[in-house]
Write a protein that binds this ligand. Structure first.
Ligand SMILES: Cc1cc2nc3c(=O)[nH]c(=O)nc-3n(C[C@H](O)[C@H](O)[C@H](O)COP(=O)(O)O)c2cc1C
Length: 372
């Protein structure tokens, strides 16, 4: 890996009440190290190390809102209840002491949840009782369930602000509950939460964003994460054209989203190469262009393989940042999220800033087994 001028990554960024010292965001990564759903000392220390390592904005692992079946694993932290919120308070206090900024990523896993024995009574819920097209799992949510889920996201956001977090990220990506509403293949509803257009299928998300904005007030920034791909099918595209991206995301920006976080597996891949070529805008680039909102990009920064390989035990070696620098310099997106590289090395950002790249070690899947 050659030495590159990375100063573009170390420019400040601000939006509403949030001020960041650099453009690097720790991507949200589920770790399953919160026994009973309560963040403890090990989780506090894990996030504090990232703040000490100069991460500009830390996004927490997905942490679930107060619905009976909002988790698909018992190791996922809760973002409700006194004990879990006290744990999160310790996290944000220590991150602040080390000069960091942080958001919880608030989440509902929808029907990706299997019925199992750690919470036997909670019904698995989704828009239409499907986990993927033609693949039934759980029950379709009633309008009352939907209203309660919307309120749960608003309550979690109000709690994030009350505990002292700097912003909040709503998880609308990767085929979980909110994304199951976006996806025509899993949203077959015939009431006001379904429909043939992405705008109609965005109503659930739009109600969540409006309720969150109402709960946090005008100054607190709201981030929302989206992906074209789903864990159920990596080839799916919710929006096939730039106009469809506009129909999907602009109403959510109008409802209160400040920063759109566009999840891609490889950040350099153009979203519509048929329009602007192989070096064309990525998903975050198009989102920024059609909505005017700030965006975060992500996907294989500093590593030679994409994250899907991590779950089959594969490692990844350090890769050049040249392509990232070029896209950041041309203003394609505002912030860049980094996942596995920061999971494996809490000092990753500091090493990039000081040019200490000889000591970057890449990502070893063994890192998933501990909180380094
Ligand atoms: C172990 C692991 C857990 C993840 N958990 C989440 C999650 O809770 N929420 C989310 O939005 N994305 C999650 N992701 C995706 C990452 O946020 C990120 O988009 C992905 O790893 C690509 O970035 P990278 O190539 O820099 O690792 C996870 C990824 C990994 C490797």
């Amino acid at each position: 890996m050659s030495q590159t001028d990375t100063s573009t990554l170390f420019r400040q960024f601000s939006i509403r009440s949030l001020e960041l010292k650099n453009r690097i965001v720790m991507a949200p990564m589920t770790r399953l190290f919160a026994p009973g759903g309560i963040p403890g000392e090990a989780n506090v220390a894990y996030y504090k190390r990232r703040a000490e390592g100069q991460v500009g904005l830390i996004l927490s692992e997905g942490t679930v809102v107060d619905r009976p079946a909002s988790r698909n694993d018992g190791g996922i932290p809760l973002f409700h209840g006194d004990a879990a919120l006290a744990g999160w308070k310790n996290v944000i206090d220590e991150v602040h002491k080390s000069g960091g900024r942080m958001a919880p990523q608030i989440w509902h896993t929808g029907s990706t949840r299997y019925i199992n024995d750690w919470e036997p009574d909670a019904p698995v819920e989704s828009p239409s009782g499907l986990v993927a097209p033609g693949d039934p799992r759980g029950v379709a949510m009633s309008e009352e369930d939907i209203a309660d889920a919307v309120a749960a996201f608003a309550k979690a956001s109000a709690d994030a602000k009350r505990l002292g977090f700097d912003t909040v990220e709503i998880h609308g990506a990767h085929g979980y509950l909110i994304d199951q509403f976006f996806w025509a293949g899993t949203n077959l509803r015939t009431d006001g939460y379904g429909g043939l257009t992405i705008k109609e299928r965005s109503r659930f998300a739009s109600e969540i964003v409006s309720a969150v904005r109402e709960a946090v007030g005008p100054d607190f920034p709201i981030i929302m994460r989206f992906s074209q791909w789903k864990q159920q099918d990596l080839t799916v595209k919710v929006a096939e054209t730039p106009a469809a991206i506009e129909d999907w995301l602009l109403p959510l920006v109008d409802a209160g989203v400040d920063i759109i976080h566009c999840s891609q597996r490889r950040f350099w891949e153009p979203e519509f190469p048929e329009i602007d070529g192989e070096n064309g805008l990525n998903f975050a680039g198009w989102a920024k262009k059609v909505t005017g909102a700030a965006t975060i990009s992500v996907g294989s920064v500093g590593l030679d393989k994409d994250f899907a390989t991590a779950f089959s035990g594969e490692g990844s070696t350090p890769a050049s940042l040249d392509r990232l620098i070029e896209r950041m310099e041309r203003g394609e997106f505002d912030l860049i999220a980094v996942g596995r590289a920061i999971l494996a090395d809490p000092q990753w950002v500091a090493k990039i800033e000081t040019g200490n790249i000889e000591t970057l070690s890449g990502f070893d899947a063994k890192a998933l087994g501990e909180l380094v």
